[in-house]
Structures are given as C-alpha cells and as structure tokens.
Design a protein around this ligand. Structure first.
Ligand SMILES: *Cc1c(COP(=O)(O)O)cnc(C)c1O
Length: 354
C-alpha cells in the first residue's frame, strides 16, 4: 500500500504554513487562458516566452538572458552548476534553502561542488564570516571558494539592503567570486525595499538571479536570469538534461507576462508583506508573545511552547516549526486577507491565555 497519501489533509480556511499552499492569482490564470489558444511552437520558440523574457529585461533595465524552469530547486541548482566546477565551493548562510531544503541538488547538479556554511544574524550571511571562510585556507586540499549564494528575501523573512549587498559585491570582486541570488521571494524583497530591481541585482554584482513565480501567485515556474551572460553558456543544455526544458513552454512563460504587466507581481508581494506586518502588530498586543525576527517580507516567526503549538494546531492551524527550537513560521500569501490574520491572531491569543 502506498503510504504517502495517508496524511492528506483538506483545509477549511487559508493557512499560514507556506506561501505555496495558495492557488493561482487571477492575472497568472488569465494569462494561461489567453495562451491556451491554438498551436504555437514548442520548447520556448513561442511568442509568450519571448514576451515574458522581454518583460523581464524591461523590468531589470538590462539585456539579461532569461530561462524558465519548473521549480526553485532546479533553478538554484542549475544556476549554481553553471557558476562553478566540481572542485569549487559555494558559500551561503547556514539556513539557506540550497543547504537545508534541496536534498543535495546543488551539489548533485554541479557534480560534487561543496557548500560551505557561514553564520549571521536574522538569516543574513555575515560578510565577516564569509571572508573568514574564503581566507581560511588557500591550499589545494580545500574546495576553492567560487560562489556567494544569497537568499533575497531570506529564509527568516528579512531583506538584504543595497548597502549590505554592496559588501558582498566587494568581497566577490576582491576574491574573484560570482554571486548567485535565490529569489524564491524576490518580489517580497522588492516590495519591502521599494527600489528599482536593478538596484538590488546587477548593480550590486549579482551574476544570476532565480526569480520565484510560484510563491508569488503562479501555478509553478521560476525565471533564471543571467545578468552576466557569459556564465549562461550552454545553459539551455543544462536545463534539457535536467528535465527542466518544458516542451509546452508557453504555460511556464505566459503567467510571467500576466504578472509583469501593470506590476501585478509587486501588488501581490506588497499585499502579503502588509499582511505579515498586520499579523505582527496584532500579535504584539498579546501578553507573553515572543516575536523572533524583524518582520520585513511576508513571514512572522514566533516562539510557542510545544503545548501552545499543539493547542494552536488543534484549532485547525498548520505552520512549520523547523527553524530553531519552538520557532513557528507564519507565512502570508498573495491571497491572505485581513480577516485571515485576525482569525489566526485571535486563536493565538486564546491559546496563550489559557
Ligand atoms: C520555496 C523556496 C525555493 C524553491 O523551492 P521548490 O520547492 O524547489 O520550488 C527556493 N528557495 C527558497 C528560499 C524557497 O523558500
């Protein structure tokens, strides 16, 4: 018997477990409907894919190269594999998705490149620790540092500022490293900073960005954007070999056209960020609550005892507790409403006051 589906759950409400619990937003859905007409060429040789790539070039004000893949693990792993060889190392924060949640795919797709971890407060890599890690060894027995990987917004819902990114840029130039950005929640970072996208990407030395569509409101799909186009050499072959070249590519690319038009993607990122801020302010009014991080993007982390977490679950709420001991992540989505926030906050209050 297949046990995988024993725990399938149906929800009676919108949850705060992850932004990938949400469905497809109207703009992405409408673009799929429009793209679903007639025959078009396959494997990305269609007008939707061209339009989506052009729209991204316009957004970033840059003549970048754009590829569309199915998910974030593939986007990160394939992007990283094009930046390094098997004897190199990738430096990242110890809470990075590429380290903790991709089942070794970055190492697998780069044929064994080692991921080296550094610490840093609030989920952000510390430039000091990073430099220490680069300089720790320079002999042939140590995997040669080659890439700095940064998550924007971070796994802890914080956002690197342009000045912080500049520090990494300087390190990258000093030690001849590339910069990869895991932007599964890049839209949320952008919404928080309210800056032109170029100010936190290629102008700060980012060579390749994995721009997330899924958590932002699409069905699926991430854009791999090479600002340093030399590094994208034969990237199309990497995608194909990894099973990431969609034959009906229009269904991966068309949603980007819908999301970039009138900056719908930004509207949804702003909305989910605002919901997180609202949740934070509601929670702050509760006696004895401990909020673990500065809320900048679309998540709020709180500390709950095991008993309180169980009681909250009994009230029908789902949330992740894998970051730190007793740390509960509450994640807002593009479709989270003020009523959802109030419902959750009042249940947390009830749990804590009992
Ligand atoms: C969700 C996420 C990804 C992508 O995950 P997939 O499940 O492979 O699509 C990558 N990085 C971060 C930080 C994420 O939160």
């Amino acid at each position: 018997m297949d046990k995988r589906y024993d725990d399938v759950i149906e929800f009676d409400r919108r949850q705060f477990a992850s932004d990938n619990y949400s469905g497809i937003c109207p703009e992405a859905w409408q673009a799929l409907v429009e793209a679903n007409s007639g025959h078009v060429a396959s494997y990305g040789m269609d007008c939707w894919t061209r339009q989506a790539a052009d729209a991204l070039r316009e957004l970033f004000e840059c003549d970048c190269e754009v590829y569309f893949v199915f998910n974030g693990t593939a986007a990160n792993s394939l992007a990283l594999s094009s930046l390094c060889s098997s004897y190199h190392s990738i430096l990242c924060h110890n809470a990075s998705h590429i380290e903790t949640d991709e089942c070794g795919a970055p190492e697998f797709f780069s044929n064994g490149t080692k991921v080296l971890l550094v610490g840093g407060a609030n989920g952000k890599a510390s430039p000091k620790e990073l430099e220490h890690c680069i300089l720790r060894r320079s002999d042939i027995h140590y995997p040669k540092p080659k890439v700095i990987s940064l998550t924007q917004a971070t796994e802890l819902g914080t956002v690197y500022t342009p000045d912080e990114l500049s520090e990494f840029h300087e390190l990258a130039m000093k030690y001849k490293l590339s910069i990869h950005m895991d932007g599964a929640r890049f839209a949320n970072a952008l919404a928080f900073l309210n800056l032109p996208p170029k100010e936190i990407t290629w102008k700060r030395g980012v060579d390749v960005l994995c721009f997330g569509g899924t958590k932002n409101g699409m069905a699926l799909g991430e854009a791999v954007i090479f600002f340093n186009t030399e590094l994208s050499k034969e990237f199309d072959y990497r995608c194909k070999q990894a099973g990431q070249l969609a034959s009906k590519m229009r269904y991966l690319s068309a949603p980007w056209v819908g999301m970039l038009k009138d900056r719908a993607f930004l509207k949804y990122a702003q909305k989910s960020n605002q919901c997180a801020k609202l949740l934070e302010s509601r929670l702050k009014k509760i006696d004895g609550i401990e909020i673990l991080n500065t809320v900048q993007a679309n998540s709020v982390f709180i500390r709950l005892s095991e008993e309180h977490a169980r009681k909250l679950r009994e009230r029908g709420w789902y949330f992740y507790t894998f970051i730190g001991t007793n740390g509960c992540r509450l994640m807002c989505s593009w479709d989270t409403t003020e009523e959802d926030v109030d419902h959750l906050a009042s249940d947390i209050k009830a749990v804590l006051n009992n």
